[in-house]
Design a protein around this ligand. Structure first.
Ligand SMILES: Cc1ncc(COP(=O)(O)O)c(C=O)c1O
Length: 360
């Protein structure tokens, strides 16, 4: 088994020379002091052998599932790894969306799975192409992986599309894992996830993206109870107990999520409207407008591509966006709009200048 580099993560973790950073896919990190938590009764150690029961119960009630369906993890990144470790043997076939967030490809590959792809095309609004989704004979595919909202585009799958995916995964005899880490950006009924729609469904998520609480590492997996049990057994191979202090803080944070959402909704809306204006007025840019979240994935149609634009933007204006190559889409770049509005405005005007530089 080999663990090759995850190039996007290496790039983003070591990114320097960037005065304005439009790469992040979450809202700004929330400070501890701004949350008004009651820290006085917290303890370092406590009963959390197979998760901290009050946190598991709170997550279960949030989703309307049983505590036996919930495994708490170190972020959704660890939940992805654990789900793959629980389900995959070397040689198993895994289907992954294209384009996608690189770990969805890298983790099953590192565990020895054979990775095939299904398409989500820009020209089709990044909906899932069911023909490429429905691959192989029953029993050939063990696991199917996708994101909703989609990273990189922010596209949202409709209820009908989700139902069709569940039916197709069932007919293939495959587990379907949906990374819903961006779905919490939505507030209305469209936020309802996929878990209740079928049997062999796994959902992973966390408090990182919509709530700026990535440092807490509060993630989770929803899974059928038997699979959840297997995952807890794998966790026994990794550590004996979780970080109790973090779990207690996470539990308090769960009661503050709506207030965090309302604190940031104004800035997200105003940044998005600047970004829409950029796309409307720069003839070389087009996009599928994100249905939520704080990332967009514009396409560049010019003598230069999204990679080149990202390069010039960084070199000349110390402003960073994610080059499309990290999402197998060199024509594109990914831009985050969850940050400080003044910086975002400055970043947008640098983007305009970089486009001008490359066009002249
Ligand atoms: C689709 C997706 N899943 C998971 C993660 C990791 O998030 P977490 O902090 O929950 O581990 C990211 C981070 O960029 C992501 O984009």
């Amino acid at each position: 088994m080999g663990f090759p580099a995850i190039r996007y993560l290496e790039w983003t973790k070591t990114l320097g020379g960037c005065r304005i950073n439009l790469c992040p896919s979450s809202i700004d990190k929330i400070s501890l002091s701004s949350l008004s938590l009651d820290l006085s009764g917290l303890e370092i150690s406590g009963p959390n052998q197979y998760g901290y029961a009050p946190l598991i119960e709170a997550l279960a009630s949030r989703y309307g599932v049983q505590p036996e369906n919930v495994v708490t993890t170190q972020g959704s990144a660890q939940a992805l790894f654990l789900a793959c470790a629980a389900l995959l043997d070397p040689g198993d076939r895994v289907l992954v969306e294209r384009p996608t967030y690189e770990p969805l490809l890298a983790v099953p590959a590192a565990l020895g799975a054979e990775v095939s792809r299904f398409e989500r095309r820009f020209e089709e609004g990044y909906r899932v192409d069911l023909e490429t989704f429905q691959q192989g004979k029953k029993g050939q595919t063990r696991l199917i992986l996708l994101t909703n909202l989609h990273n990189p585009s922010g596209a949202l799958l409709s209820r009908e599309e989700l139902q069709a995916l569940v039916r197709s995964a069932e007919s293939q005899g495959a587990f379907l894992l949906v990374d819903e880490v961006y779905l919490d950006f939505l507030a209305g009924p469209e936020k309802r996830g996929i878990f209740s729609l079928g049997e062999n469904i796994i959902v992973i998520s966390s408090l990182t993206k919509a709530y700026g609480l990535g440092g807490l590492r509060c993630g989770w997996m929803l899974a059928p109870p038997a699979l959840a049990k297997t995952v807890w057994r794998i966790i026994d191979h990794m550590h004996v107990e979780g970080v109790f202090l973090g779990e207690q803080v996470a539990l308090q944070c769960l009661t503050r999520l709506e207030s965090i959402r309302s604190r940031f909704s104004g800035r997200i809306a105003s940044n998005l409207s600047l970004l829409k204006d950029l796309i409307r007025t720069e003839g070389c840019l087009s996009w599928i407008e994100p249905k939520g979240g704080v990332i967009g994935f514009p396409r560049v149609e010019a003598d230069f591509d999204g990679n080149r634009l990202a390069e010039i933007l960084k070199e000349r204006y110390a402003t960073c966006v994610v080059p499309g190559r990290f999402f197998e889409s060199p024509q594109h770049f990914r831009i985050g709009f969850g940050g400080d509005p003044k910086e975002f405005q400055q970043g947008i005007s640098f983007l305009r200048q970089a486009i001008d530089d490359l066009s002249s």
